[in-house]
Ligand binder design. Structure first.
Ligand code: GCW
Length: 726
C-alpha cells in the first residue's frame, strides 16, 4: 500500500467518523417527537406491511396538520409514505377521519369519547382489514394520530387495536411566566420563546413545534404571559401579535389565554379606579373582551393573580375575590371564555402561618363564583416545595370549580441543572385523600369534578420552556412537560408508565437503557427532597433567588420570607407545629386527615417537620434520633445523585453522544450542588442540635461560614437588577 493511498484511507475513515457522529448528534430539539428510524428489521417490516395504504380525507387545517404529522412520523420511523389508496387490494389500510366523514363505514364509537376523545380500532369491513382512527372533531383526530404514532414509537403491536380514550379534565393549560421583555420569571431555559419584537410578521418554526408537542399530549391551552402581568398585553399592538400566535396554535387545538393585571382599566384605559363594582370598570372589561374576540374568536380567557405579592386586586378597592372574578367572568361569558383566578394569595399582613392564608381567604366564597370561573390552586399550601402536603382547599370548596396548578419549571428543584422527574410529585398530590366526601375523595377526583358534575375542570402547569435549543434546559426536564400533559389528560396515569413512554419516544426502545434510566427517573424527586428538605422541611432555600441552601436566612423583608420562620430550629428541636397546640393549620383538613397527620404515631416521616416541632433526640421509626435521621437523609440524598451518575455512565453508547455528554455534565454539577446542600444544612442545623455527624459519614469539606458566604451572581429566573443571593 502506498503512502498516498494510506493517507486517503485515513481521510476516508475520518470523514466516515465525522458523518456517523453527525448522524448521531441530537440537540433534543425534537423532544419526544423524535420519530427515530426503527432499526429492528422485523418490527419495521411488520409495521410496513400493516400500513400499506392510507385513506385520510383532510379538509381542515387541523386535519391537514394531523395528516402531515402522520406522514412525518411514518417516514421518519419506517421510511414509508403510504400512498392514498385508490383501489384497495391487499394489505392493511389505515383509515383516518372524523366520524362524520367516515359515516359510510358505520363504525361504532363509544359515547364516552366526547369532543376530544378518539378511537383507534382494527376492523374487518367486507373481509378486508382496516385500522381506523376516528373521533367526533378534527382536533381529536389529531390526538388519535399522535397516539397511534406513539404505539409505533414505543414498539407496540398495531395489528389488533381497540383503544378509546378521552381527557378527564377540560382545561389542560401551560402557564408561561414570560415577560414582554422576553425574560422568564423562574425560567431556567433561556429567554421567552415568544419573540414579541418580530411578531406578528415572523412566525418562528418554534411556535409550530411548540404547538405540535402540546397537542401530542393533549394540552389545549396556553397562557402566554406572566401572572405578574403587564397591562400592555391588552393593548391593540400586542393583540395583533397574539392573534398571529393564536392562528398557529388553533391548528393544533390550543387556545390562547392571557394573564391580566387587575388594574388594567386604570393603566391602559385611563380610568380613575379598577373597582370591580364600578360601572365604568365593568364596561371597560366587557369592551376589552369584545375587542379581544374580534382578534381571536376562540380566545380562551383570563388568568389572574390578584392581591398577592404586591399585585392589585379587588381587595385594593375593598371588594372580594368573588367580586373581582365574577366581574371578569361576566365580561367573558358572552364569548364562552373563562376566568382562572389564582388562590396563591400573599397579602401585606404577615399571617401567623402563611400556609393557612389561601384557605382563609377563599373558603368563605365557596359556591359564590360564576360558572365560568375556576379557582387555580397550587398543589401545596406554601409554594411548590420539593414536598408539600396537598393544599387544604382541594377538600374545602365542593361547590366551586378548582383547578390544579403544578410547577414544571424547577424553581425549588435545582433549576435546570438537577434531574428531577416530577410525575411522582404530581401523583403524590393527586392520589392524596381529602376525605371530604368520604374515604376515597382523592384530589384527582375533586379536580376531575367527580363530586359535582356541573363544575368546569382544569389543570395548569407553570411552563419550563425557553429558547434553549432543547427547550427546557435539561434534557430530562422535557419529561416534566410531557408528564404534565399526560396527567392533565388523565390524572390517574402512573408516573412509571409515562416515564417508559417518554424514554422510548425521546431516546430509544433499548431496554438496556430504558429500564435503569426509568428507575433513576422515578427515584430522582426523592433524592432531591433528601438533599434539600427531608422529613417535611420546607422553604429553606436562598432568599428570593431560591437557589442553593439558605436555612440561615433570617433578615428578609418580612418574617414569612425567612427560612427560620419555616424550620423554627432552636436548641430544643426543629419543625413547624401546625397541630392544635401550634398554628392549627391541620384544622383546615378533614378530621380524618387532621387526625392522621396530627398524631405522631401515624404522621408519615415525609411530613413530620411540616406539622410538628420535635426535639432533636426524638426517636424515629427507624430507631434513630431525629438528628441522626436528618443527617442520614441529607447524606443519602447526595449519595443517590452519585449513584445516578454511575448508572448514567453505563449508558454511554446506548444513545447519541451529544445528549449523553450533556446529561453526564449536568449530573456532575448536580452532585456538587447536592453536596453543598447537604453540608450547608447539616452544619447549620448542628449549631442547634449540638450533636455529632455520624462517624460513617464524610465530614463537610468546609466550615459553615464558607457556605453562608457563597455568592451567586445573576442567578437566572429573577430578571431585573436583582443579581445576587445571600
Ligand atoms: O413561587 C412564587 C415565585 C414567584 C411567583 C409566585 C406566584 C410569578 O417565587 O416568582 O410569581 O410564586 O406563583 O405568583
Amino acid at each position: 500500500m502506498t503512502k498516498y493511498s494510506l493517507k486517503n484511507k485515513y481521510l476516508l475513515l475520518l470523514l466516515l467518523l465525522v458523518a456517523i457522529n453527525k448522524a448521531h448528534a441530537d440537540s433534543g430539539y425534537k423532544l419526544w417527537l423524535e420519530y427515530n428510524k426503527i432499526t429492528y428489521q422485523r418490527a419495521s417490516a411488520v409495521y410496513r406491511q400493516q400500513l400499506r395504504y392510507l385513506i385520510f380525507p383532510a379538509a381542515s387545517d387541523q386535519l391537514k396538520a394531523a395528516r402531515g404529522e402522520l406522514l412525518k412520523g411514518l417516514d421518519g420511523m419506517l421510511s414509508i409514505l403510504p400512498g392514498d389508496a385508490k383501489t384497495i387490494t391487499d394489505g392493511q389500510t389505515l383509515v383516518i377521519g372524523t366520524r362524520q366523514s367516515l359515516k359510510s363505514l358505520s363504525i361504532v364509537v363509544p359515547d364516552t369519547i366526547g369532543s376530544e376523545g378518539y378511537l383507534i380500532k382494527t376492523a374487518f369491513i367486507h373481509q378486508k382489514k382496516y385500522t381506523i382512527i376516528t373521533a367526533n372533531t378534527d382536533v381529536a383526530v389529531l390526538y388519535g394520530v399522535f397516539n397511534f404514532l406513539k404505539l409505533i414509537q414505543t414498539n407496540q403491536p398495531i395489528s389488533n387495536l381497540n383503544i378509546a380514550d378521552h381527557p378527564r379534565i377540560m382545561y389542560r393549560v401551560l402557564d408561561h411566566w414570560d415577560n414582554l421583555n422576553r425574560t422568564v420569571e423562574r425560567g431556567y431555559a433561556g429567554s421567552s420563546i415568544w419573540n414579541w419584537h418580530k411578531l406578528p410578521g415572523i412566525i418562528d418554526q418554534r411556535y409550530i413545534d411548540y404547538a405540535r408537542a402540546n397537542a401530542s399530549v393533549g394540552i389545549n391551552g396556553s397562557v402566554i404571559n406572566n401572572v405578574n402581568a403587564d397591562a400592555l398585553i391588552l393593548s391593540p399592538q400586542y393583540l395583533t401579535k397574539i392573534q398571529a400566535l393564536a392562528n398557529v396554535f388553533r391548528v393544533y387545538g390550543i387556545k390562547i389565554y392571557l394573564s391580566v393585571k387587575f388594574s388594567s382599566p386604570v393603566e391602559l384605559g385611563g380610568l380613575k379606579t379598577a373597582d370591580p363594582l364600578d360601572a365604568a370598570v365593568k364596561k371597560w372589561w366587557a369592551d376589552k373582551a369584545d375587542e379581544i374576540y374580534r382578534y381571536i374568536p376562540d380566545f380562551g380567557g383570563f388568568l389572574v393573580k390578584a392581591n398577592s405579592e404586591g399585585q392589585p386586586g379587588p381587595q385594593t378597592y375593598g371588594r372580594t375575590h368573588a367580586d373581582g372574578a365574577n366581574m371578569l367572568a361576566d365580561a367573558l361569558a358572552p364569548h364562552h371564555g373563562i376566568v382562572m383566578w389564582r388562590a396563591f394569595v400573599y397579602d401585606n399582613n404577615v399571617p401567623d402561618d402563611r400556609s393557612k392564608q389561601a384557605y382563609n381567604e377563599f373558603k368563605p366564597f365557596d359556591g359564590k363564583f360564576k360558572d365560568n370561573v375556576i379557582i387555580q390552586v397550587k398543589n401545596g399550601p406554601i409554594d411548590f416545595q420539593p414536598r408539600e402536603p396537598f393544599h387544604p382547599l382541594f377538600g374545602a370548596m365542593p361547590n366551586t370549580a378548582l383547578m390544579m396548578e403544578f410547577q414544571l419549571t424547577q424553581e425549588y428543584l435545582g433549576f435546570s441543572t438537577h434531574l428531577v422527574y416530577e410525575a411522582p410529585l404530581f401523583a403524590e398530590c393527586l392520589q392524596s385523600d381529602t376525605y371530604t366526601q368520604g374515604k376515597g375523595s382523592t384530589v384527582s377526583r375533586v379536580i376531575k369534578g367527580d363530586f359535582n358534575k356541573k363544575l368546569i375542570t382544569g389543570m395548569a402547569g407553570v411552563a419550563n420552556i425557553g429558547s434553549d435549543l432543547n427547550w427546557c434546559g435539561h434534557p430530562f426536564a422535557q419529561a416534566n412537560w410531557y408528564a404534565f400533559g399526560r396527567m392533565a389528560w388523565n390524572p390517574d396515569q402512573s408516573p412509571a408508565a409515562i416515564a417508559d413512554d417518554w424514554l422510548k419516544m425521546t431516546f430509544t426502545n433499548n431496554t438496556v437503557f430504558v429500564s435503569p434510566v426509568k428507575k433513576l427517573m422515578l427515584q430522582s424527586r426523592e433524592n432531591t427532597v433528601n438533599y434539600m428538605t427531608p422529613l417535611g422541611l420546607h422553604h429553606i432555600m436562598g432568599v428570593s433567588t431560591h437557589y442553593g441552601p439558605g436555612p440561615w436566612v433570617d433578615n428578609a423583608g418580612r418574617p414569612d420570607w425567612n427560612a427560620t420562620y419555616y424550620h423554627k430550629a432552636d436548641s430544643a428541636g426543629i419543625g413547624f407545629n401546625r397541630t392544635g397546640t401550634g398554628s392549627n393549620a391541620l384544622e383546615q383538613y378533614a378530621p380524618q386527615v387532621n387526625a392522621h397527620w396530627g398524631n405522631l404515631q401515624t404522621c408519615p416521616d415525609e411530613y413530620l417537620l411540616w406539622f410538628h416541632h420535635l426535639r432533636w433526640t426524638y426517636k424515629m421509626r427507624s430507631g434513630r434520633s431525629l438528628w441522626d435521621e436528618m443527617v442520614h437523609h441529607y447524606y443519602q440524598g447526595a449519595d443517590s445523585v452519585k449513584q445516578m451518575g454511575l448508572t448514567w455512565d453505563k449508558m454511554q453508547g446506548k444513545i447519541d453522544a451529544e445528549r449523553f455528554t450533556e446529561v453526564k455534565q449536568l449530573m456532575q454539577t448536580q452532585l456538587a450542588e447536592a453536596t453543598t446542600w447537604r453540608d450547608a444544612c447539616v452544619l447549620y442545623f448542628q449549631t442547634f442540635s449540638k450533636m455529632p455527624i455520624g462517624a460513617g459519614y464524610p465530614k463537610p469539606a468546609h466550615p459553615l461560614s464558607y457556605y453562608k458566604d457563597m455568592k451567586f451572581y445573576y442567578v437566572p429566573g429573577i430578571g431585573g437588577n436583582n443579581y445576587m443571593t445571600n
